[in-house]
Design a protein around this ligand. Structure first.
Ligand code: ATP
Ligand code: MG
Length: 443
C-alpha cells in the first residue's frame, strides 16, 4: 500500500518514511499541502498521514480537499501534543483517526492496521461470496466468477453512498446493468434513472441535452425543454461513454456538479438540481486525462469509486450459465451440444456479453432442431481458431496482431480513427495493417 506522508519538516517525514518502508509500505513524501494534493491525485494513495500545522495550505484544508476528491482514502491527522480541539475538528472534517506528536511509531502501526482492516476486509473474497445473494438483487444478472463477485461487492458498497461511480469496461460487458443496480440499491431508487449516451449526441447539442433550453434559445428550440440533469433530479444520471464529452462541455458539467445547479440554454436563473452521477466508459479516462483529452479535475470528480468490469474472455467460466440465462430469457427449449458449447467457450467475444446474447438469439431462431450443434453456430464462431494460430512465430504474431486490431475496431464500432488512437498508431498504419491482415468488417 502507498502511504502519503505530508509534513513540512523533512526530519519528521524521513523518520516516518523510514519506519513505514521497513514495515513493507511504500512511502510517498510531500513537503506542502499543495504537493500533497498533487501526489494524492497522481499516485494510488491508500492512506494519508497528514501534519496539521503547515505553512501555506494547512492540514484542515488539505483534508477537506482530499475528502472531496476521494472520500474513501483514509486520512490520519497528526496534531500537536495536547491539542484536543484540533483533533476534534479534524475528525469532524472527516479524518479517520488522529495521532499526537511526537508520533509513537508502534501506536501508528496499530492504527494503520486497524484502518486497513476496516477498509479492506470487505474485499475478502470468501466473505463476499457469502454475503451476496444474486437472486435477491433488483436486477437479473449472472455473476459467477470471482471477478464479477468483486464487481458486485463494490457496487453494493458504493450504492448507498452519495459518491460518483465510474464504471469502466469494454463494450457489452454490462456497464448499464451495473449502473442500474447501483441506482436501485441507493436511497434514490424511487426517483428517476436517466441515461445519456454521450457518443450519440451531436457536438452542438450537448449543452441543451444536459441542461435543457428555453423556448427560442436557438433556431429549432420551439419549446422549452428540460435537460437530463433536470430530468434526473433526485435520482441518478448515467453519463454513458463519458469520454466522448467535448472539453468545453466538460468544463460546464464540472461547474454544474460543483455548484449543484444548472442553467438552461437561453435561461437566466440557475436552477438547483440534486443528481448522483454514474459515469461509464470503454476508454481509458486516466490516459485521456494525461494526454489532455479529458479534464483532469472532472476525471477526479467522476472517479471517486471505480468499478472495472472484466471482459467476458477473462471470465469464461460464466459462459455456460450465461447461455442458460439467455435461453431462458428467450423462452427457448434449445440445448447446446458439447461441441457447440466448447467452441463458444473458445471464442474471444470482442462484443462481450451482449455479443453472446445476440449470437444465441440468432442461433436459436435459425437452428434446424432444438439440439444446437457446431453447424448451427454463426461462421465467425464455428471457424474461430483461437487467439494463437498454429505455425511459425511470424504467423502466430500476425494472428495475435489481427485479433488485437479486430478487438480495438469492435470496441469503437469500427470507427477507424478511434481504434487507431486506442492502439496508439496512425489511421494510415491501421488501414495498411487491415489490408495486409485481410481484416474486413463482418456483417
Ligand atoms: N452479468 C450479466 N448477466 C446477465 N446479462 C448481462 C450481464 N452483463 C450484461 N448482460 C446483458 O448484456 C447486454 C449488454 O449489457 P449493457 O448494455 O449493460 O452493456 P454496456 O457495457 O453498457 O455496453 P455498451 O458499452 O455497448 O454500452 C444487456 O442485454 C445486458 O442485460
Ligand atoms: Mg451501455
Amino acid at each position: 500500500m502507498n502511504i502519503l506522508i505530508v509534513d513540512d519538516e523533512s526530519l519528521q517525514r524521513n523518520l516516518l518514511a523510514g519506519f513505514l518502508a521497513k514495515q513493507g509500505y511504500t512511502a510517498i513524501e510531500a513537503a506542502s499541502g499543495e504537493e500533497a494534493l498533487h501526489r494524492f491525485m497522481a499516485d494510488a494513495v491508500g492512506l494519508v498521514l497528514l501534519d496539521h500545522r503547515m505553512p501555506g495550505m494547512g492540514g484542515d484544508e488539505v483534508l477537506e480537499r482530499m475528502k472531496t476528491i476521494n472520500p474513501l482514502v483514509p486520512v490520519i491527522m497528526i496534531t500537536a501534543y495536547g491539542a484536543v480541539d484540533t483533533a476534534v475538528r479534524a475528525m469532524q472534517l472527516g479524518a479517520d483517526d488522529f495521532l499526537e506528536k511526537p508520533v509513537d511509531l508502534e501506536l501508528l502501526l496499530t492504527r494503520i492496521r486497524a484502518i486497513e482492516e476496516r477498509f479492506y476486509i470487505a474485499d475478502d473474497a470468501a466473505r463476499v461470496e457469502e454475503a451476496i445473494d444474486v437472486e435477491a438483487l433488483p436486477v437479473r444478472l449472472i455473476a459467477g466468477s470471482p471477478a464479477m463477485r468483486q464487481v458486485l461487492s463494490l457496487a453494493l458498497r458504493a450504492a448507498p453512498s452519495p459518491w460518483t461511480v465510474l464504471i469502466q469496461g469494454e463494450t457489452g460487458t454490462g456497464k448499464e446493468l451495473i449502473a442500474r443496480l447501483v441506482h436501485l440499491l441507493s436511497p434514490r431508487r424511487e426517483e428517476p434513472f436517466v441515461a445519456l449516451n454521450c457518443a450519440a449526441v451531436p457536438e452542438g447539442l450537448f449543452e441543451s441535452e444536459l441542461f435543457g433550453h428555453e423556448k427560442g434559445a436557438f433556431t429549432g428550440a420551439v419549446n422549452r425543454r428540460r435537460g437530463v440533469m433536470e430530468q434526473a433530479h433526485g435520482g441518478t444520471l448515467m453519463l454513458d461513454e463519458v469520454g466522448e464529452l467535448p472539453l468545453a462541455v466538460q468544463a460546464k458539467l464540472l461547474r454544474s456538479l460543483q455548484e449543484q445547479t444548472i442553467c438552461r440554454v437561453g435561461g437566466e436563473q440557475p436552477i438547483p438540481v440534486d443528481v448522483r452521477i454514474v459515469a461509464a466508459t470503454n476508454r481509458n479516462l486516466k490516459q485521456m486525462a494525461a494526454d489532455g483529452d479529458f479534464r483532469e479535475d472532472l476525471y477526479f470528480r467522476l472517479n471517486v469509486i471505480k468499478i472495472e468490469i472484466p471482459p467476458l474472455r477473462r471470465r469464461k467460466e460464466e459462459i455456460p450459465e450465461l447461455i442458460r440465462f439467455f435461453l431462458a430469457k428467450l423462452d427457448s427449449r434449445a440445448v447446446l451440444d458439447d461441441q457447440a458449447l466448447q467452441q463458444l467457450t473458445k471464442y474471444h467475444f470482442p462484443g462481450n456479453v451482449r455479443e453472446l446474447e445476440h449470437i444465441l438469439q440468432r442461433t436459436v431462431t435459425l437452428a434446424r432442431s432444438p439440439r444446437i450443434g457446431l453447424r448451427d453456430l454463426p461462421p465467425e464462431i464455428r471457424d474461430y481458431r483461437g487467439p494463437v494460430a498454429e505455425g511459425d512465430l511470424v504467423n502466430r504474431l500476425a494472428e495475435i496482431e489481427r485479433q488485437l486490431l479486430i478487438e480495438a475496431l469492435e470496441r469503437h464500432q469500427w470507427v477507424q480513427t478511434k481504434a487507431a488512437a486506442d492502439l496508439g498508431i496512425s489511421e494510415r498504419v491501421l488501414r495498411y495493417k487491415m489490408e495486409r491482415l485481410e481484416i474486413v468488417k463482418r456483417k
